[in-house]
Design a binder for this molecule. Structure first.
Ligand code: HEC
Ligand code: HEC
Ligand code: HEC
Ligand code: HEC
Ligand code: HEC
Length: 239
């Protein structure tokens, strides 16, 4: 059981990593997406550049707003002040450009649009990178110790649960949650009804769902607590 858990969790990490980085030099770590909506005026941007240029340009609505000298490890971050309306943010280095369109409305007009709201984890909004990234190494933002300890500095641990869900046992909070933020509720990496299939075979679950009478079948977390619980299948008490 233990080794199987390890391999499943490792495979997911490789998938997540390759999805973002394999094959290109400029990787926007946060925010992810091309058409995003924001509730507040400032957008934190986090990225990684693995090419050989020493600086990057940030352009907002075609005017240059910042030139960033690339740090050790070529990680960059900035906080962008948005205008009311649609903002076109371009992150440019010699050969590569990445564009993100961001909708921010000072006064909500309540219009339907194809922009998806991005949710930002509180410490990112407050620019508290060092809450999670150690400063011991020389790099400005060295790779983190992805242990549960980081999250438990501010959140309750789930250790009180008699049965602990596989990835929780190995401290892999970030298998499901993006530590910086995302477009899904609770900063999930995937839609909350699809995230279970990153590790559980859809086929076996289809069979399981067919046996359920409940109309909320697709909503896994209607019945299961993703972190653990007092019985084997982490079932919630449903009223
Ligand atoms: C709540 C904890 C937390 C905070 C706060 C945080 N990070 Fe992270 N960050 C992580 C974790 C955990 C990872 C590991 C990758 C993953 O699991 O997505 C990561 C990954 C990264 C990476 C990718 C590293 C790599 O080698 O691919 C960069 C770059 C980064 N963070 C920069 C920042 C910056 C800049 C800030 C501040 C604006 C910040 N982080 C704030 C937890 C955090
Ligand atoms: C420096 C403190 C800090 C650290 C470290 C931290 N968080 Fe948070 N987190 C917060 C705050 C503050 C909030 C917003 C208040 C709240 O909703 O609880 C929040 C909110 C959340 C939420 C949304 C909660 C909700 O009710 O919508 C999730 C999910 C979350 N954090 C996951 C994580 C994960 C996973 C880690 C580890 C990678 C982590 N956090 C590390 C401070 C932190
Ligand atoms: C298997 C995927 C998965 C893993 C791993 C995971 N979570 Fe979650 N987490 C979820 C889902 C799904 C929700 C949303 C449940 C809902 O809102 O219905 C959630 C919600 C949360 C919330 C919001 C409050 C709550 O309890 O609902 C916090 C905080 C949180 N997770 C922290 C963590 C921390 C810390 C870890 C690591 C110990 C972790 N999560 C690991 C899937 C996961
Ligand atoms: C990151 C991988 C991962 C994700 C995502 C994930 N699981 Fe799991 N889950 C595991 C592992 C590992 C086990 C341990 C059992 C095993 O080795 O098959 C497990 C076990 C379980 C069990 C207990 C099964 C048993 O027979 O004891 C349930 C129930 C469960 N998961 C539900 C869910 C639900 C619901 C979701 C979505 C919210 C989810 N899982 C998402 C990895 C994951
Ligand atoms: C209406 C409640 C309910 C919903 C919704 C639900 N489950 Fe379950 N689940 C259960 C119960 C009860 C069990 C205990 C074993 C059984 O009766 O099949 C279980 C068992 C499991 C198991 C372990 C046994 C097995 O069949 O492998 C996994 C994994 C699982 N569920 C995943 C999921 C996922 C993923 C979803 C969402 C697609 C989901 N469940 C939706 C109630 C639910």
């Amino acid at each position: 059981m233990k080794t199987r858990s390890f391999w499943i969790v490792l495979a997911v990490y490789v998938l997540i990593y390759c999805n973002g980085v394999c094959g290109k030099n400029l990787d926007i770590i946060f925010p992810k997406g091309e058409k995003l909506e924001l509730d507040q005026e400032y957008l934190p941007v986090i990225g990684k550049y693995t090419g050989s240029d020493k600086e990057l340009k940030l352009m907002l609505n075609n005017s240059s707003i910042n030139t960033i000298k690339l740090e050790k490890g070529n990680i960059f971050t900035d906080k962008i002040k948005l205008n009311s309306g649609v903002n076109e943010l371009k992150i440019v280095n010699g050969a590569e450009t990445q564009t993100i369109n961001i909708l921010y409305e000072k006064e909500k007009k309540n219009t339907q649009s194809d922009y998806v709201k991005v949710l930002i984890h509180a410490p990112i909004l407050d620019n508290e990178c060092s809450e999670c990234h150690t400063k011991e190494l020389k790099d400005k933002y060295p790779s983190v110790d992805v242990s549960k300890v980081i999250c438990f500095n501010c959140h309750d641990s789930f250790e009180k649960n008699k049965f602990v869900h596989g990835p929780i046992g190995s401290g892999a909070c970030t298998a499901c949650h993006d530590p910086h933020g995302s477009i899904e509720v609770r900063f999930l990496r995937e839609n909350k009804n699809k995230i279970c299939y990153m590790c559980h075979e859809e086929e076996s679950i289809t069979e399981h769902l067919a046996n359920l009478k409940n109309s909320n079948k697709e909503e896994c977390s209607y019945c299961h607590d993703s972190h653990g619980g007092k019985d084997k299948f982490f079932l919630k008490e449903i009223k």
